[in-house]
Design a protein around this ligand. Structure first.
Ligand SMILES: N[C@@H](CCC(=O)N[C@@H](CS)C(=O)NCC(=O)O)C(=O)O
Length: 204
């Protein structure tokens, strides 16, 4: 059976988590790096909403949400260590929702204030982003190295690319935050083989 086709974009945090989930599950895929300014007509025909990632399965099924792609990837490996299941429980599910909802909202306005008519001060969005995700994340990571406990679960992969993006806006400011567990967790993921592999040109 041919490998599924993944429309992806290297720096997109949604696409990053999809690639990381596919790679950790050992699922081969054919990557197709797209330009967001010039999306391939074939991708738009399959997924008119025009966001990446999009995974096209050999049977024609199209997965057009990164979390659906992650779930599918974990299922393919049998999820023997419950990496997906552990992400569906409290507090991990709430953290994932905070990441994709309010944290992403504030991250976008902190990073690109000029793009949003409703943006308030960058400081406001910085502080709100810390409050809605990074502080609750610190609470969890204080007593365990990963959201999954001793080993990562889908929440770690699902949230990490967004925290990475937040930290990269102003690394010095991020370093000054009193969040030692989040910083250690982020550093570990940045140095991980899985992230390195997901960013490698051959994964794109
Ligand atoms: N809910 C979607 C969001 C994906 C998304 O917004 N991706 C961005 C790139 S990071 C995108 O493709 N934006 C379309 C564009 O910029 O034209 C998912 O989880 O896959």
């Amino acid at each position: 059976m041919p490998a599924p086709l993944l429309y992806t974009y290297r720096r997109c945090p949604y696409a990053m988590r999809a690639r990381m989930a596919l790679l950790q599950a050992g699922v081969a895929y054919q990557p197709h790096e797209v330009s967001l300014r010039d999306k391939p007509p074939a991708m738009l025909a399959l997924s008119p909403k025009g966001t990446v990632p999009v995974l096209v399965l050999p049977n024609g099924v199209v997965l057009e949400q990164s979390l659906d792609i992650m779930r599918w990837a974990f299922e393919q490996s049998g999820d023997t260590d419950h990496g997906w299941a552990r992400a569906q429980t409290s507090p991990n599910l709430a953290l994932q929702q905070a990441c994709d909802g309010p944290f992403k909202h504030h991250l976008d306005r902190y990073k690109y204030p000029q793009r949003f008519a409703d943006a308030m001060t960058r400081e406001h969005h910085f502080q709100q982003a810390v409050a809605v995700l990074l502080e609750p994340l610190e609470q969890e990571l204080h007593s365990q190295p990963q959201l999954g406990g001793a080993s990562p679960c889908a929440s770690d992969i699902g949230i990490f690319p967004f925290v990475r993006q937040f930290a990269a806006v102003d690394p010095e400011r991020f370093e000054g935050l009193p969040l030692p567990a989040v910083k250690a967790w982020l550093a570990a993921w940045l140095g991980s083989g899985l992230f390195t592999e997901a960013m490698r040109k051959s994964a794109l």
